[in-house]
Design a binder for this molecule. Structure first.
Ligand SMILES: *Cc1c(COP(=O)(O)O)cnc(C)c1O
Length: 361
């Protein structure tokens, strides 16, 4: 049996470091916004190449708080990719903004910069890009569009910790890089967590206030805030994992290399380009008989996943909000994509087994 993911197996590889991190936090007697969070924030800001990082309770919260921090007029429009996990779109709605979806490039699966231009109106205030599956969006073109139209840029970096575009790390291009540390992510905690990275000191201060009841000084509340703080114990675990992140990414890239070099041309593989340093949060292939392929692999004891089976605009929750749009490229990706095993605990041998089975389909 080749599992798709096994978080127990994955985290066992860091067991003794986690134990000391837990012990130190337990004994400190300080569990919310203390030295563990401060240390992780400093190290993760440095890793991403941003001046600041604020630890938050989740990736969704990071996106909501980013959009809230700008204090946009209610009902302003925010441009988002039609091909993404639902959280990106929920954030815009929760922040009181109107989501405007833009189709992806069929080769990269990421938002198509040319189509962004066509979606800009007088009400557009921001663009949220998603670096899907661990591949950066075309950040040169997108930052140029933001500059031309004075739009704020938020990067959803939940799937791309350590990915790069032209040698620059994702999460450092926009006003905000919004990260998730959900356990399955390349930099995953042992529970929920997130962060907002920025180069803007004022925005960073705003986020720190918003995450803590709108308060800078205890019991003095300046704005309507949230309770959205990264836990000390999760920050301690994340500091352990952060030291291994490059190693994790390199391993996933090595496994991806085996797939890319050996999977037959019958399957559509991720595109490679010298501008992108991909970290393969997800390694997908596309095939017209995706569901049959998945069943066939399962019979050979190989587990796969689908990211994602239903596009956001077809979700029941989005009825009356997104269901008027027509997003054929996103639908095509959702119908044909299959995610193959590519975890840190998988071996090159595992990947050869998957590849052989795939090529015999
Ligand atoms: C995981 C994910 C999120 C949400 O992160 P949580 O920490 O689970 O709230 C947001 N956007 C994308 C693209 C994700 O993959």
């Amino acid at each position: 049996m080749i599992e798709y993911e096994n978080l127990g197996k994955l985290n066992k590889l860091f067991f003794s470091d986690y134990e000391s991190a837990f012990k130190a936090t337990l004994e400190s007697g300080w569990y919310i916004l203390g030295s563990q969070v401060a240390e992780f924030e400093k190290d993760f800001a440095k890793y991403c190449g941003t001046a600041h990082c604020a630890g938050l309770a989740s990736g969704l919260d990071a996106l909501i708080i980013a959009l809230k921090a700008f204090e946009f007029k209610k009902g302003s429009q925010v441009i988002l990719p039609s091909n993404t996990y639902i959280a990106t779109i929920l954030a815009a709605i929760q922040a009181g903004l109107e989501p405007v979806l833009v189709e992806p490039d069929i080769n990269t699966y990421n938002i198509d910069p040319e189509k962004i231009r066509a979606a800009i109106t007088d009400k557009t205030v921001a663009i949220v890009v998603v670096h899907l599956y661990g591949k950066s969006c075309e950040m040169d073109k997108i930052t140029q569009i933001c500059k031309e139209h004075s739009l704020k840029l938020v990067e959803d970096v939940a799937q791309a910790h350590g990915a790069e575009f032209k040698g620059k790390r994702t999460g450092s291009f926009g006003e905000f890089g919004a990260f998730s540390f959900y356990p399955t992510k390349n930099l995953g905690a042992l529970g929920d967590g997130g962060s907002l990275n920025t180069n803007d000191k004022d925005l960073d201060e705003k986020v720190r206030m918003l995450r803590n009841y709108g308060s800078k000084v205890k019991y003095v509340n300046e704005v309507i805030g949230y309770n959205s703080r990264l836990d000390e114990v999760q920050a301690a675990f994340l500091s352990v994992k952060l030291k291994k992140l490059d190693q994790i990414n390199e391993h996933k890239r090595k496994l991806a290399r085996v797939y890319l070099d050996n999977i037959k041309e019958d399957f559509i593989k991720p595109v490679e380009h010298e501008d992108y340093f991909d970290v393969y949060h997800i390694f997908n292939v596309r095939h017209p008989k995706r569901d049959q392929l998945r069943e066939y692999l399962l019979n050979k004891e190989i587990k796969t996943e689908i990211h994602y089976p239903i596009p956001p605009h077809e979700q029941l929750a989005m009825k009356g909000i997104l269901d008027k749009g027509y997003y054929p490229i996103s639908e095509e990706i959702h119908k044909t994509t299959l995610s193959l095993p590519v975890s840190y605990f998988h071996t090159v041998d595992d990947i050869h087994q998957v590849t052989e089975a795939l090529n015999d389909f």
